[in-house]
Design a protein around this ligand. Structure first.
Ligand code: ADP
Ligand code: MG
Length: 341
């Protein structure tokens, strides 16, 4: 089922939380809504679910205008971070719940067979008789997904479903979710503030800032060609160095970078730590090492440039660098953005 949001607006009292968001989600697509806390992700998801009505614009499910259809008739399944399981029901009873209260009547045997099938799908076979407090947090979110899938939703909505779990459990769960998505092909909207999670999981990433879409594209597109300093910063660590542009070149600390199309004057250069190297000899921006942090897969060097700017470099573990060393920051890749404002 494809979903289309057209110029959707939401205002709480006088505060506009969502400013004219337009978005197409293809049938079977897994789209991540990514943005910092307060950027309007949950509000958008709740409007798609029908838990919140829009103050402007329309939401279509396929060719049908769903804008005013109430939640129980939209055919959506949802999983929220704090959408707790019923504690007094077993895992199997939780999964069966939606089917028991549904308008579609099923026999007890049909429901039991479907529960078994869903527990197999989420790899929780044999745990049907446990209560929620007898399983792990990751298992609870898998039960929540099974419960959401039980009523054959046309659309699956997930709001930071793994937000409360440990990093390694989260990673396992998103790989698992991706596999389930590939198996079932349900159109899915996944909300997260974690860029790693969004990039890992989604076919397409939609980046929000203050209730507006600022960029959307495949993980490759948004990572390789961020369209603003905001996106560049939000997707990962980035160093910012003030530069001067003249005649299509940006200059910083004696180094010249391509800046075609930028007006003469001030600009900012953004550099990923991994796009930098440390060298004892020129060329590069002269700098002094202030700290070295060793990690399993390399070293991070913290340095201060001749102009007094702080930079962080991710280099191979063999790189020789000690606090107080003078050397040069080599730039392999950089992005220039106009100064904000
Ligand atoms: P996110 O999920 O991206 O963190 P939300 O959609 O929850 O953001 O919230 C977006 C903005 O709308 C926030 O500033 C939040 O405080 C505000 N907001 C959300 N729900 C309400 C509400 N029911 N009443 C008033 N303000 C709200
Ligand atoms: Mg939220």
């Amino acid at each position: 089922m494809k979903i289309r949001l057209d110029n959707v607006v939401k205002t709480f009292d006088t505060f506009r939380a969502v400013h004219g968001v337009s978005l197409d989600i293809g049938s079977g697509e897994l789209v991540a809504l990514l943005g910092p806390s307060g950027s309007g992700k949950t509000t958008i998801l709740r409007m798609v679910a029908g838990l919140e009505f829009t103050d402007g614009g329309t939401i279509h499910f396929g060719d049908q205008d769903a804008t005013d259809i109430p939640v129980r008739d939209r055919g959506v399944g949802f999983v929220f971070q704090h959408y707790a399981l019923f504690p007094h029901m077993t895992v199997a009873e939780n999964v069966a719940f939606g089917m028991k209260v549904s308008k579609v009547k099923r026999s007890a045997a049909e429901i039991a067979a479907r529960v078994d099938e869903l527990l197999r799908l989420v790899r929780l076979e044999g745990l049907g008789n446990r209560f929620p407090n007898q399983i792990s947090g990751g298992q609870r979110q898998r039960v929540a997904l099974a419960r959401a899938l039980a009523v054959d939703p046309k659309v699956l909505l997930l709001d930071e479903p793994f937000g409360a779990l440990d990093a390694n459990v989260r990673r396992d769960l998103r790989r698992w979710l991706r596999e389930i998505h590939e198996e079932l092909g349900i159109t899915t909207l996944f909300v997260t503030h974690d860029q790693e999670e969004a990039l890992d999981l989604a076919d397409r990433v939609v980046i929000l800032d203050q209730g507006r879409i600022v960029q959307e594209g495949t993980p490759e597109q948004v990572c390789r060609t961020p369209n603003s300093a905001f996106v560049m910063n939000f997707l990962g660590d980035a160093n910012r160095l003030p530069a001067t542009v003249s005649d299509g070149k940006a200059r910083v600390g004696g180094t010249e970078l391509e800046a075609a199309g930028f007006a003469n004057g001030r600009a900012n250069i953004y550099l990923r730590p991994r796009d930098l190297d440390w060298s004892a000899t020129e060329p590069g921006i002269a700098a002094t090492v202030t700290r070295v942090i060793d990690k399993p897969d390399g070293r991070r060097i913290l340095a201060t440039t001749v102009d007094g700017d702080h930079v962080e470099l991710d280099v191979v573990p063999e790189t020789v660098a000690r606090v107080g060393d003078s050397g040069f920051v080599r730039i392999h890749r950089a992005r220039v953005f106009a100064e904000a404002g």
